[in-house]
Ligand binder design. Sequence first.
Ligand SMILES: Cc1cc2nc3c(=O)[nH]c(=O)nc-3n(C[C@H](O)[C@H](O)[C@H](O)COP(=O)(O)OP(=O)(O)OC[C@H]3O[C@@H](n4cnc5c(N)ncnc54)[C@H](O)[C@@H]3O)c2cc1C
Length: 431
Amino acid sequence: MKPRIAVVGGGWAGLAAAVAAVQRGAQVSLFEMAPTLGGRARSTAPKHPGAPALDNGQHILIGAYSATLDLMRTVGVDPEQVLLRRPLSLVNAHGQGLRLPQGPALIALTRGVLSHPAWTGPERLALLARSGVWALRGFRCDPRLSVAELCRGMAPALRRDLIDPLCVAALNTPADQASAEVFLRVLRDALFSGPGAADLLLPKAPLAELLPHPAQRWLEQHGATITLGQRVEALGALSTADAPGADGIILACSALEAARLTQDIAPTWSREAAAFGYEPIVTVNLQAHGLDGRPLNLAAPMVQLPEHTEAQPNPAQFVFDQGQIQGQPGRFSFVISGAAPWVERGQAATLAAIQAQAEALWPGARLAVESYVAEKRATFRCTPGLHRPAARPDPRLSPRLVVAGDYIEGPYPATLEGAVRSGQAAAHALV
Ligand SMILES: Cc1cc2nc3c(=O)[nH]c(=O)nc-3n(C[C@H](O)[C@H](O)[C@H](O)COP(=O)(O)OP(=O)(O)OC[C@H]3O[C@@H](n4cnc5c(N)ncnc54)[C@H](O)[C@@H]3O)c2cc1C
């Protein structure tokens, strides 16, 4: 008889867990409290017919996300069709900055750094030397270090143009608060795990079409049941009423919900899961047209914006040209990572500052804000020495309970790849 597995939560971790459990021969029942699958990487239905589906936030994948890309293929999605692949580039609105050419990572990095137009010769050499030292140390460091401490002594231009934007984009935590250990791990995977690992993969399709909808179809075709709009209130109720006699439970809900559901059976674990700090991400989508009505564009699909200063508030670190990415000319997504201060200032102040950033990009343009999405708990704050809960809350008392999610102990910051890997690991542990 097939083992029966209940999966709580239909984000990317829950979907990865469900697919992996089915592949291992389990009968899967998945419960999602929202009306749609996808969790923190989801699309909502268009506001009116013909309007684009609205994602809850711009997502970037990289070539090193091997588990995620394989999972997409398993459920019938060709990543090359739904993702725009470009060699890593961190360029400004004039198209100037770091551009990694194609080819083996080390050579590409060296060539990219040596041809950076804004860095002096000594700055370029210092960066290569520093990267060499990190590589020689196996991209490991004292876990108590912050990224700012790791990069102490580095030229301000290197911090401003490379380290700080990369850190806040990858860890959603400012460099002075972010874990150097996790940052180095991301660098290692992106830059040193084979050709194409550092490539940026930008969604050409709504997030729902990257995984949630195809995974739903695949799971249903393979006999799994998916119940939407049902919040699991208690684990006891789950194993008796909704999935009678489940042989195993994979908790793939948020850390706070997992903490609530386990507070009686694994109180220590539950306290750890409840203890995270969170960092918001704000995405502002707007339309930008010239005075002649023609849609505007940018020098690259993803453009780095000038740094934020007190004198010149620049909330968004990056802007994405959806004309180049999703075939929607004139539509742009401004992304504020590490957005706590802006969420505090409020929507009106944030929108005004974003409009000012857009006006600086396209003086005199006609701008129309389309949407403002603030995900208050977008990711956990990835700080030095952060203790992340293990996948098994209590192996002795509840051997058939495994937890999955981007926050579970692991090498990655809160990412799609971390979520997918932890979901797959949970299924492998149970089935
Ligand atoms: C705006 C934004 C931008 C991001 N950008 C990137 C990026 O560029 N690259 C990247 O890799 N990552 C990015 N991330 C992070 C990424 O989205 C997450 O790491 C990932 O989606 C987490 O997946 P998860 O399955 O672990 O958790 P979640 O997506 O939170 O899934 C948990 C699910 O469980 C459900 N649930 C909770 N409680 C219950 C319950 N009691 N019963 C039933 N269901 C329940 C929830 O509704 C949810 O669907 C971004 C996140 C945000 C918000």
